[in-house]
Design a protein around this ligand. Structure first.
Ligand SMILES: Cc1cc2nc3c(=O)[nH]c(=O)nc-3n(C[C@H](O)[C@H](O)[C@H](O)COP(=O)(O)OP(=O)(O)OC[C@H]3O[C@@H](n4cnc5c(N)ncnc54)[C@H](O)[C@@H]3O)c2cc1C
Ligand SMILES: Cc1cc2nc3c(=O)[nH]c(=O)nc-3n(C[C@H](O)[C@H](O)[C@H](O)COP(=O)(O)O)c2cc1C
Ligand code: SF4
Length: 645
């Protein structure tokens, strides 16, 4: 099998079951189930595709264990009633038929109830801050009585039995991420002074009772794992030493493997880490647990590339890896790695734009910024074109490269035009800061696919004349920086953001960055982290508008560690030879600077498209040329357009 990743593709066991490799799909709520918690056809298609990609096991997303307070989110999967079993059985069967071991996670959401509806249950009346901001007093948990706790313990055992009856071969108890069990474990959320609060022994009691009830109901031979956060990263929460003690006690209750993650939803950046957080973020915690237990440990979180997974296994940090987002970006990640084709894996860039943002903050089903097929399995497949056509794609940025790839895979004769001597377009600037490095493997992936598909790239500005012989033209011409018409803007100390990123040597020590959107905020942060004295000015009351939630949180922490000065409600009036005049609350002020960086936005570049339409030629706009936006829109517009040309 694989020469590059021999350990990753060696079989191993969890309890009585053998997995063909060391990869488990980490459970991830999809928002694809029916409102009553039953399995939908959409979820079946999605999980079948995930299983066909080659993972050893698929751990189906968290399923709520009771109909009282366990259900967390919209279209959450249910396992609270025997009525759920037929759909679950269908799901387990499809996963097995597609080559993976079917597993499922069982869960009670505790205080983290996205739905915001009562009853919200917890060990103490301490609300989840996000829910409090949204719903006020309604977010305060009902304090569970001992009798109610016992009912929940039994609900977990019953749910595990339903999983077994449905044909799953492994059940995972969700004991991580700020849901009910961690609410008991963490002193941040547990202020009880009865049998379930106070000492470590009391705070872990519910875990042990659940493990015992589950084991009693599923029998000794059925594989049972538990997911734990190594730490919740809360200042007054639990640390790895306590998690190790918990794991040791759980092992005695017959837990077959520990699936180690980190954080809760309040500390989301440690759970679903964005690219500004280090890769393999919680592997250290898996390594620590592994030192103290004799059953296997599954390391998880931000293991985006197979070389990271192999390294975790060979260095003894884990026995298996749990991959979540990487299998959304590319469900065939395991298959391609096993065939020693890691360069063909479309790597997750940890942007969270298509997945976390959509489901947790917009109540939609998940998809992926880089993979529009997620949640549209079977509908948005790349199928051969009815008729082979001659297609020109103008622009080799993210959108152009994706259009060219998909059009070529459909059998068209594709030519790419790029006026610059490098491909990737704005991805070059987007990936420049060290905290955006995850974008670089994606750029390499796109370039590799163009090369492997033999798509010719013509390196000059495409014009109307040379395009007239093509059947259709896809204009992926991107955008250009907007420069405001204000006095002094043409002075030598002024640079637009893209020039500033490309020519760091031209930037003086003292810098004013104008515009606190995505590009301006990141540029300012990068400069501040590299020793510049930076002032960021933004006319709105807040910076980082349009930045994904997890990036916002990660950048806020990083900005706090720099000396960057932020002036909101402030606009640029004029530029002088040694700085700029800004206006704040109707008062003008002079700020001295060596360089003024303008980052107030990008404007669509569509002259060529307009010319093509005027010349009556078949033409399409994709990516930033439609509207200066994000990678998600670049890839999604490109993919869909290439499916219909
Ligand atoms: C600093 C920065 C940071 C960013 N960070 C993020 C981020 O973290 N997450 C995110 O989702 N998005 C981010 N973005 C936005 C994202 O990079 C863009 O939305 C995306 O890359 C646009 O891709 P595109 O292919 O549509 O356009 P572009 O990348 O602009 O590509 C257009 C290409 O067309 C070429 N071209 C134009 N006209 C012609 C012609 N006539 N002939 C030949 N070639 C031509 C250009 O040279 C260029 O290479 C960022 C943008 C910037 C500037
Ligand atoms: C949209 C979304 C839903 C998730 N749902 C679950 C879940 O149901 N159960 C769980 O244990 N973790 C859940 N997680 C966390 C993931 O399993 C995983 O730990 C996290 O995404 C980080 O790993 P990754 O970098 O491999 O994606 C979810 C994450 C995301 C982004
Ligand atoms: S949307 Fe972004 S973070 Fe989510 S799976 Fe896709 S690439 Fe990864």
């Amino acid at each position: 099998m694989s020469k590059q990743f021999p350990t990753l593709f060696s079989p191993a066991t969890i309890g009585q079951i053998t997995l063909k490799n060391r990869i488990l799909k980490a459970p991830q709520s999809s928002g694809m189930n029916n409102m009553d918690g039953t399995v939908s056809e959409r979820a079946i298609r999605y999980y079948s595709d995930q299983a066909a990609g080659g993972a050893g096991a698929i751990i189906v997303e968290y399923a709520y264990v009771d109909d009282i307070g366990a259900k967390s989110a919209h279209c959450h999967l249910g396992i609270s009633s025997n009525e759920h079993i037929p759909g679950l059985a269908w799901l387990a069967e499809c996963i097995r038929e597609n080559g993976a071991v079917p597993a499922i996670q069982i869960e009670h959401c505790g205080r983290q109830k996205f739905l915001g509806t009562q009853p919200i249950c917890g060990p103490s009346a301490i609300p989840w801050p996000k829910l409090w901001d949204q719903y006020g007093p309604q977010a305060v948990p009902h304090v569970l009585t001992i009798e109610e706790i016992q009912t929940i313990v039994r609900a977990f055992g019953d749910a595990a039995l339903r999983a077994k009856l449905a044909g799953f071969e492994l059940v995972e108890i969700h004991g991580a991420h700020g849901y009910l069990l961690t609410n008991f474990f963490s002193p941040t959320t547990n202020q009880r002074n009865d049998l379930y609060g106070g000492s470590l022994e009391n705070r872990m009691r519910i875990y042990l009772e659940i493990a015992r009830d589950v084991r009693r109901k599923v029998g000794p031979d059925f594989a049972v794992t538990i997911r734990l956060s190594g730490t919740d990263y809360e200042p007054d929460g639990f640390g790895i030493e306590e998690t190790v003690e918990l794991a040791r006690a759980l092992e005695k209750e017959g837990i077959d493997a520990f699936h180690i993650s980190g954080g809760d939803h309040h500390t989301m950046i440690h759970q679903v880490s964005p690219m500004a957080i280090d890769i393999c973020h919680n592997a250290w915690a898996a390594a620590e647990v592994k030192k103290h237990v004799s059953v296997p440990v599954i390391a998880s979180g931000s293991i985006t590339l197979p070389e990271y997974a192999e390294e975790i296994l060979t260095s003894g940090q884990g026995d298996f890896v749990g991959l979540g987002r990487p299998l959304w970006a590319d469900p065939e990640w395991p298959k391609k790695a096993s065939e020693d084709r890691p360069e063909d894996i479309r790597p997750c860039i940890r942007c969270n734009e298509g997945c976390l943002e959509r489901t947790f903050f917009q109540y939609k089903a998940v998809t992926c910024a880089l993979n529009p097929q997620i949640s549209r399995e079977g509908e948005l497949k790349i199928k051969p074109a009815e008729q082979k056509r001659k297609i020109a794609v103008v622009g080799a940025g993210a959108a152009g490269l994706e259009s060219a790839r998909v059009a070529r895979l459909r059998g068209h004769d594709v030519t790419l035009f790029e006026e610059k001597d490098r491909d990737g377009g704005l991805l070059n600037e987007a990936s420049a800061p060290s905290f955006k490095a995850d974008i670089r493997p994606f750029m390499a992936y796109q370039a590799t696919q163009i090369r492997k598909l033999g798509i010719p790239v013509i390196r000059h500005q495409a014009d109307l004349e040379e395009l007239k012989d093509y059947d259709a033209v896809i204009c992926a011409t991107g955008s250009r920086p907007i420069i405001p018409r204000i006095p002094g803007v043409d002075k030598p100390i002024v640079l637009d953001a893209l020039s500033a990123i490309n020519q760091p040597q031209s930037i003086g020590h003292q810098v004013i960055v104008v515009g606190g959107g995505l590009v301006g905020s990141e540029t300012a942060l990068d400069l501040a982290e590299n020793g510049h004295d930076v002032t960021l000015i933004e006319m709105l009351p807040q910076i980082m508008n349009g930045v994904a939630t997890t990036d916002f949180l990660a950048y806020s922490e990083r900005i706090a560690k720099t000396r960057m000065k932020i002036m909101t409600d402030t606009c640029l009036v004029s530029v002088e030879d040694d700085g700029a005049i800004v206006r704040h609350a109707r008062v003008e002020e002079k700020l001295t600077a060596d360089t003024v960086v303008i980052a107030i936005g990008l404007k669509e570049e569509r002259i060529l498209f307009d010319q093509l339409i005027a010349a009556d030629q078949e033409a399409y706009l994709v990516g930033d040329a439609v509207k200066a936006s994000k990678i998600f829109d670049a890839i999604h517009t490109a993919y869909r357009t290439a499916l219909r040309v």
